[in-house]
Design a binder for this molecule. Structure first.
Ligand code: A3P
Length: 272
C-alpha cells in the first residue's frame, strides 16, 4: 500500500494512522470513557480504542513516536484523531512530553466533584482487587486515619486538581485546554458535547437523537446510526456508603483546593 508523508501505510480505503490532534488527558474516573465514546459519534473523529499510556509509561515512551503512531486508529483525511489516557493528567512529566510532540494540540480534561471522584476511584480499585480474588479495606478505613482524613491515600491527591493543573499551565495556555464538566455530562450530556464540538471547531453534528436515558442503567446511553448502546457495566457503578460525618470532612478538605482550581481556570464548578 502507498506510503503517506509520515511513513505509515495508507489503507486502500484511503485511511491512515496519524498522531492525535486531540488528547483526553483525564481525570481518572472523571467520565473519560463516556467522553471519548460520545465524541466518536461525530463523523470527523477517529478514536483510539484502548488507553495508550505513551507519555506516562517509560517502557512505552522509550519506544518513541513511531510506536505511538502505530497505536492510532486508521482515520480518513478529514478526521481528527483522539486518544484518551486518564493517568496523563496527574503525571508530572507528561505535559512537557506532549508539548514536545505538538505544542498546538488540543487537550480535553473531564473533571467531576472531587469527593465523588475519590469514591469512584475507591470503587474501581475495589472491583479490580475482587477480580483477582483479593479484598480491599472498607472505604472508611482507607479514608480516615486517627480520626482525620488519611492524607496518605493516593486517590485524594488525584482529586487535588489545582496541583496537577499547575503543571499543564506551565506548557499550555488555557485556550488549548477545554474542561468538561463530568457531573453535567452525566446529568445531561448534549450541552456538554456541544461545547466540546465548539472548542474543537467541529461542524455541529451531535444532537439530541444521539442520547437516550436508560432507566435500568441510570445513565444516558448512545444512539449511533440507529444502533443503541450503553457503556460497559464497569461504568456507572454504585459507590459505597460513607458516614455523613466523614463526607463532611472530605468536602471541607477539598474546599480550598477547589477554590484554587476555580481561580486558576477562571471558572467555577458546582462541587460540594
Ligand atoms: P462511576 O462508575 O463511579 O459512576 P472513567 O471512564 O473516566 O473511568 O469514568 C467513569 C465514570 O463515568 C463513571 O463513574 C460514571 O459516573 C461516569 N459516566 C459519565 N457518563 C456516563 C454514562 N453515560 N454512562 C456510564 N457512566 C458514565
Amino acid at each position: 500500500s502507498p506510503l503517506a508523508d509520515n511513513g505509515t501505510a495508507t489503507h486502500p480505503n484511503g485511511t491512515s494512522q496519524r498522531l492525535p490532534q486531540i488528547i483526553i488527558i483525564g481525570v481518572r474516573k472523571g467520565g473519560t470513557r463516556a467522553l471519548i465514546e460520545m465524541l466518536s459519534l461525530h463523523s470527523s473523529v477517529a478514536a483510539a480504542q484502548n488507553e495508550v499510556h505513551f507519555f506516562d509509561w517509560e517502557s512505552h515512551y522509550q519506544k518513541g513516536i513511531p510506536w505511538y503512531l502505530s497505536q492510532m486508529p486508521y482515520a480518513f483525511p478529514d478526521q481528527l484523531t483522539v486518544e484518551k489516557t486518564p493517568a496523563y493528567f496527574t503525571s508530572g512529566k507528561v505535559p512537557k512530553r506532549i508539548h514536545d510532540m505538538n505544542p498546538h494540540i488540543k487537550l480535553l480534561l473531564i473533571l467531576r466533584d472531587p469527593t465523588e471522584r475519590v469514591l469512584s476511584d475507591y470503587t474501581q480499585v475495589f472491583y479490580n482487587r475482587l477480580q483477582k480474588h483479593k479484598l480491599y479495606q472498607p472505604i472508611e478505613y482507607v479514608l480516615v486515619k486517627d480520626g482525620d482524613i488519611n492524607l496518605g491515600y493516593k486517590a485524594l491527591n488525584r482529586s487535588l486538581y489545582y496541583v496537577h493543573m499547575q503543571n499543564w499551565l506551565q506548557y499550555f495556555p488555557m485556550d488549548s485546554i477545554h474542561v468538561v464538566d463530568g457531573d453535567e455530562l452525566i446529568r445531561d450530556p448534549l450541552p456538554e458535547m456541544k461545547r466540546v464540538e465548539r472548542f474543537l471547531k467541529l461542524e455541529p453534528q451531535i444532537n439530541a437523537s444521539n442520547f437516550y436515558f436508560n432507566k435500568t442503567k441510570g445513565f444516558y446511553c448512545l444512539r449511533d446510526h440507529g444502533k443503541e448502546r450503553c457503556l460497559h457495566d464497569s461504568k456507572g457503578r454504585a459507590h459505597p456508603h460513607v458516614a455523613p460525618a466523614i463526607l463532611q470532612k472530605l468536602y471541607k478538605f477539598f474546599h480550598e483546593p477547589n477554590q484554587k482550581f476555580f481561580q486558576m481556570v477562571g471558572r467555577t464548578f458546582n462541587w460540594k
